[in-house]
Design a protein around this ligand. Structure first.
Ligand code: DGL
Length: 260
């Protein structure tokens, strides 16, 4: 099974993208709703939670781990790789590769939670690949609660999105990375507000494509991932808002089981 975790149900945007690209594989998902949000927590706490989430998924049969949460990926990927021997994927690297390949003017914008932006992981990874590129990163802490409230098309959300994107627009970026699980759900608002000339990179799409190539290149790993059967979605708490967000992401009802 492909194990995926996030701080909540936002990471289901990644599960959904993988389900579409790799429909024959079974997924096991864990959303840490009891302790969400991660984006406002310290790196130490996020690392501890990421380790516990990984242990849970492995105990349920996951053979590879995918960190769907940008906040966890930005501070916990290295420690998880040191601690666990299974392949660990995260959402940041594929999005960075796609952004670097896409930009023409070398000016890339990134939006994410406070934890992600404060870690400077996007700057570091982009500049490791292309030292001359300029990265403009901005935290948008109000967007996660707006998505969780289902305010995807409200006037207030549009105003806040415009306000957050304005400084990046002024920087003449030509590529914008959605560095948070929840932001793909706002893509329709973000696109027109950042402008037609800016390509918006959705990290859930980028990681699904990366995983597909990895499995094609590593058939021995592909073989141990059970195919067929039912994917399972666990959470550490169930809320009405989470059930609605999950349904919105998948376009169907998702059974959320209590786990961990
Ligand atoms: N999953 C988080 C991320 O991608 C957003 C929600 C949170 O702050 O926990 O950064």
């Amino acid at each position: 099974m492909i194990g995926i975790f996030d701080s909540g149900v936002g990471g289901m945007t990644v599960a959904r993208a993988i389900e579409k690209k790799l429909p024959h594989y079974r997924l096991i998902y864990f959303g840490d709703l009891a302790r969400t949000p991660y984006g406002s927590k310290s790196p130490e706490t996020i690392r501890k939670y990421a380790r516990q989430n990984t242990e849970f998924l492995l105990s349920r049969g996951a053979k590879i781990i995918l960190i769907a949460c940008n906040s966890a990926a930005s501070v916990a990927s290295d420690s998880l790789r040191e601690e666990f021997s299974v392949p660990i994927f995260e959402v940041i690297t594929p999005a960075v590769k796609k952004a670097v390949a896409n930009t023409k003017n070398g000016r890339i914008g990134v939006i994410g939670t406070r934890a992600t932006i404060k870690s400077r992981i996007y700057e570091q990874k982009i500049q490791d690949l292309r030292p001359g590129f300029k990265v403009f990163a901005s935290s948008c802490p109000l967007l996660v609660p707006l998505v969780e409230e289902g305010w995807l098309n409200k006037r207030e959300t549009k105003m806040i999105v415009r306000r957050y994107l304005h400084p990046l627009k002024m920087k003449n970026i030509d590529t914008l990375v959605l560095g948070c699980t929840h932001y793909p759900l706002l893509k329709k608002l973000i696109g027109p507000r950042i402008g037609k000339r800016v390509r918006v990179i959705d990290s859930s799409q980028a990681i699904a494509a990366d995983l597909q190539s990895f499995l094609a290149e590593n058939p021995e790993v592909a073989k141990i991932l059970s195919s067929g059967g039912e994917s399972k979605y666990y959470v550490s708490d169930v809320t009405q808002a989470a059930m609605e967000t999950a349904e919105r992401i998948f376009g169907r009802k998702i059974e959320l089981r209590i786990g961990a």
